[in-house]
Design a protein around this ligand. Structure first.
Ligand SMILES: Cc1cc2nc3c(=O)[nH]c(=O)nc-3n(C[C@H](O)[C@H](O)[C@H](O)COP(=O)(O)OP(=O)(O)OC[C@H]3O[C@@H](n4cnc5c(N)ncnc54)[C@H](O)[C@@H]3O)c2cc1C
Length: 387
C-alpha cells in the first residue's frame, strides 16, 4: 500500500512561498543546532523576532483562529510548513503549545484577549508547570496550594522538570490545589502565573532555577513562596483545574497527532551505515529501527488527519503516544547496538559516530537510561568514527 500523499499545484505553490521565506530569513548560523546546548542567547533573541514575523504571516500557529492571532489555514498548509521548517531546522516557538487549546476552550473572552492573543502572536511565551516532586504520572496528587486573598490568590509550592528554552518565559501555567477538602480531581484550579510584575520586575516569591540535568536538557525547578496572582489569572472555575489540564493533556498525549513526524536519530543511523560495511545483524537491527519509526509515523499522521477533519478521537491518540514513547526507547538500544557505546556521546564529540544518535530532545536518553547498559570503558584509544 502506498501511504505517500501527492500535493496539489496550489499546495506546491505555497511550499515555494515557504521555501523562499526560509531562504530570505534563515541564515545558516541561526538554524536549530543538533545539540540543544548549542542554542545560544543570540539565537534565542533572533528567533523571538522571527517567530513574531511568522505569527504575522499566520505561519506560526497556522490552524488557530485568525480572530485570536492564528493563521486560519488548513491542516495541509500546516503539514507543508512543518515539512519545510523541519528540513531547514527552523526552531519551533518557545511556548509550550498545549496551553493554547486549554485557553481556547476554558478562557473567558477577556482571558483569550489577555493571554491567548499575545501567545499566538508570540509577544509572550509560557512554560508548562505540571510536574511536582510527588505528582508526575499521578498528576492529581498536587500539593502546591492556592489560597484566596480578596480578589487575588496566593500560591505556594514547587515543581520539577519544567521545560523551556532560555532563562524564563512570561508565564507559567498549571494546576494548584484550591480546596484541600474537596475530592481528588475536583480540588484544583488552573492558573496563568506571570513571571514578572507590571513593572517588569521579577514576581515576588517566584524563583526559576535550571535543573542542570546530566542529559543537558532545558528543564527547571520552580519555587513559589506566597506568590500573589490576580483573580483573572484563574482559567475555568476554582474547582475545574483538572478538566482544564485535561484539555491540554489530551493534545500532549497524542490527541493532536503529528502532520510530519520525523526521526533524526533513524536518519543519522541509516546515512552512517550507507558509508560502511555492515553485518547482517546490524542491517536487520537498523531495519527494525526504521520500520518501528514508519509505524509511528503512520499512527501519528492518522491521528493528525482525524484531528484536522474534526473527527471524534477515542483510543487513536493514546495508541500513537504510547507507541511513540516505547519505540524511541527500543531505538536507543538498537542505535547503541549498531553504532556502539560512542553513539551516546555529545553531538560535538569527535568520537561520536555521525553526530551521535542524539535527537534534539536529549531528555530521551535520560528517560531510557535504565534500559541501556552503561558503555564499558569508553577509552580514548578507540578509533575515531567520523561521518
Ligand atoms: C525531558 C523531560 C521534559 C519534561 N518536561 C516537562 C514540562 O515541561 N512540564 C512538566 O510539568 N513536566 C515535564 N516533565 C515531567 C514529566 O511529565 C514527568 O516525568 C512524568 O509525568 C512522570 O513523572 P515522574 O518523573 O514523577 O515519574 P513517576 O510518576 O514517579 O513514575 C515513575 C514510574 O512509575 C510508574 N508509575 C507511577 N505511578 C504509577 C501507578 N499508580 N501505577 C503504576 N505505575 C505507576 C510510571 O509509569 C513510571 O514508569 C518532563 C520530563 C522529562 C524527562
Amino acid at each position: 500500500m502506498d501511504f505517500e500523499m501527492p500535493y496539489t499545484e496550489e499546495q506546491e505553490k505555497f511550499r515555494a512561498e515557504v521555501k523562499s521565506w526560509i531562504a530570505d530569513n534563515v541564515p545558516d548560523n541561526m538554524r536549530d543546532p543538533i545539540d540543544p546546548e548549542n542554542f545560544t542567547e543570540d539565537m534565542k533573541q533572533f528567533w523571538r523576532g522571527k517567530h513574531q514575523d511568522l505569527a504575522t504571516k499566520g505561519w506560526l500557529y497556522p490552524t488557530f483562529p485568525t480572530e485570536y492571532g492564528g493563521g486560519g489555514l488548513s491542516g495541509d498548509h500546516e503539514t507543508i510548513l512543518q515539512e519545510e521548517f523541519r528540513q531547514a531546522r527552523v526552531p519551533g516557538n518557545f511556548t509550550n503549545t498545549f496551553v493554547l487549546p486549554a485557553l481556547l476552550v476554558w478562557g473567558t473572552e477577556e482571558q483569550k484577549q489577555k493571554f491567548l492573543v499575545p501567545l499566538l502572536k508570540s509577544t509572550v511565551t509560557a512554560w508548562q508547570k505540571f510536574t511536582e516532586p510527588s505528582s508526575g504520572a499521578d498528576l492529581a496528587n498536587y500539593e502546591s496550594k492556592a489560597v484566596r486573598d480578596g480578589d487575588d490568590w496566593r500560591l505556594t509550592g514547587q515543581s520539577v522538570f519544567v521545560s523551556g528554552r532560555g532563562k524564563e518565559p512570561e508565564y507559567l501555567f498549571g494546576p494548584m490545589m484550591t480546596d484541600p477538602d474537596a475530592p481528588r480531581h475536583r480540588n484544583l484550579g488552573f492558573f496563568m502565573i506571570p513571571v514578572r510584575d507590571a513593572n517588569g520586575e521579577p514576581t515576588e516569591g517566584l524563583e526559576i532555577r535550571s535543573q542542570n540535568l546530566v542529559n543537558g536538557g532545558d528543564q527547571h525547578f520552580i519555587f513559589l513562596d506566597d506568590v500573589r496572582v490576580a483573580g483573572d489569572h484563574l482559567i475555568g472555575g476554582d474547582h475545574q483545574g483538572w478538566q482544564v489540564a485535561q484539555t491540554s493533556l489530551e493534545q500532549e498525549h497524542g490527541g493532536r497527532g503529528n502532520a510530519f513526524p520525523d526521526d533524526v536519530m533513524v536518519d543519522h543511523l541509516i546515512t552512517w551505515m550507507q558509508d560502511k560495511e555492515n553485518t547482517d545483524i546490524e542491517k536487520q537491527t537498523a531495519m527494525d529501527a526504521y520500520n518501528d519509526f514508519r509505524v509511528d509515523n503512520i499512527l501519528a499522521k492518522r491521528t493528525y488527519w482525524m484531528y484536522s477533519n474534526k473527527m471524534s478521537i477515542q483510543y487513536e491518540g493514546n495508541v500513537a503516544n504510547v507507541h511513540n514513547r516505547e519505540y524511541q526507547c527500543r531505538n536507543q538500544i538498537r542505535v547503541r547496538d549498531v553504532m556502539g557505546p560512542y553513539a551516546m556521546l555529545d553531538a560535538n564529540d569527535p568520537r561520536a559516530p555521525h553526530k551521535a544518535s542524539r535527537k534534539s530532545d536529549k531528555g530521551l536518553l535520560l528517560a531510557c537510561a535504565t534500559l541501556v547498559e552503561a558503555p564499558t570503558s569508553p577509552e580514548l584509544s578507540l578509533p575515531v568514527v567520523s561521518e
